[in-house]
Structures are given as C-alpha cells and as structure tokens.
Design a protein around this ligand. Structure first.
Ligand SMILES: [Fe+2]
Length: 240
C-alpha cells in the first residue's frame, strides 16, 4: 500500500506545481457527457491545501485531492460509460460485472466529497466542539464529546486494511451511531437509514506521508481540524 506513495521527486514536483484552489464548499459538479451521461468532476475544497497544517500536511491534502479523489472520479465515469453501453447491448453479464467498479469508485467519490467538508482550518473554526442539538445528542448517546472521540479513534485504529470510520445519524432509530466501512463503501451500505455526519478516511493515503504507519496519531490530530459546524448543519437538517 505504501509503495504507491513513493513518488519520485520529479513526479512529486510536477504534482505540486498545481496551485491550491481555495473555493466554495465542494458540491459534486456535473457536466454533460458526450453520450448524454453526466460526468462527475472533482469538487473544489473550501480551503488551501496547506491550511490544515500541522494536523494534515499540504502535501497529503494535494495528493489526496488531486490524485486519489480524481482517480476515483475518472474510473467511476469510465464504469458508468461502460454500464451505459452494456445496457444498450443487453449485455447482462457486463452489467453485473461492472457493479464492483461502480461501488468502489462511486463510493470513493461520495466519501471523499464528504470528507473535504468535514475538515476546516483552525482559524475558521476547525476543532471547535459542536454546539446546539448535535452537541446535546452526542452527550446523550455517548456521554461526552471526549467519549465519542475515543470510540471513533478506537474503531478507526482497529479497522483492518483500508476503510472509513463514521459518525452517522440513524434516521429510523433517531440516534447517533459510530460505524466503520471497508474499502470505499459509503455509510449507507451499513443501513438505508444512515446519514453520514462525519467520515474519517483511514486509508494509508490519508496519512502515511506524515504519520507513516501510526494511524492512531493521525486519528488523534485530525480532531483539531474537524468541521463540527458542517456536521451540526447536516444533523439539524436530517433530524428535523
Ligand atoms: Fe482517501
């Protein structure tokens, strides 16, 4: 897994020549595809790549966004095109065969689009504890914010291989949950009523360049740049 991050200096410098793009909160943009399909495009970040330092390095953020997330999108669009063709040809074998690529790459796009919004620089409120109804709900379900953080960190550290650890809202049971998903599975694969409030990427590509193999240190530090305001807004919208 780590090998993919061992970029040559030349490759890395060509990657880093791209300037960070401070922009509005990223929403999945859609462009019209030549076959009439929608092609998904890379959402912008609401902050500079280096703005989350020292919790997450600018180098990680840039590679993660421009290379990893972009690759999920590229492969998602490709799989959707192939699906379109397979359906047109009534090629049911190919339709089924494409499902795993669609789930993996589409999930990667969905999860990362949430992840970028879950982070914000300290000077813009990163790490400030949730207020209002989400703060109350966390105290009710987990005892305290500190207890929730401990639970998320423990489950994230224990997750074998690559995946995500989530704070979600179960809209049916009207309660908060902590869940993990493997690979790029979105939270909804754990239950149709689950809405993600906060997703933390525990793939090595999210932390290895800075934290090496010490995932618990990454999990400990990421709370300094968590955007609780965003999570609170989603909670209030989805729980009303
Ligand atoms: Fe990632």
């Amino acid at each position: 897994m780590a090998a993919r991050f061992l970029l040559s200096r030349k490759t890395l410098s060509s990657v880093l020549r791209h300037d960070a793009k401070p922009i509005g909160v990223g929403i999945v943009a859609a462009a019209t595809h030549s076959r009439g399909l929608h092609a998904f495009t890379l959402p912008d970040l609401g902050y500079d790549y280096g703005a989350l330092e020292p919790a997450i390095s600018g180098e990680i953020m840039q590679l993660h966004h421009q290379k990893h997330h972009q690759t999920y999108i590229t492969n998602y669009n490709k799989a959707l095109e192939q699906l379109h063709d397979a359906i047109a040809k009534a090629d049911s074998s190919s339709v089924v065969k494409l499902q795993s690529a669609i789930k993996f790459n589409g999930g990667g796009h969905i999860n990362h689009s949430i992840f970028w919004k879950n982070l914000t620089p300290v000077r813009e409120g990163g790490g400030e504890p949730p207020k209002g109804s989400l703060g109350w709900a966390i105290d009710t379900h987990f005892g305290s914010l500190e207890a929730l953080i401990q639970k998320v960190n423990a489950e994230g550290a224990a997750l074998q291989g690559s995946g995500w650890v989530w704070l979600g809202l179960d809209k049916e049971l009207k309660r908060l949950v902590v869940e993990t998903t493997a690979n790029q599975d979105p939270l909804v694969t754990k239950g149709p009523h689950l809405v993600p409030l906060l997703g933390i990427d525990v793939w090595e590509h999210a932390y290895y360049l800075q934290y090496k193999n010490v995932r618990p240190d990454y999990l400990k530090n990421i709370w300094k740049v968590i955007n609780w305001k965003y999570a609170s807004e989603v909670y209030e919208k989805e729980s009303s």
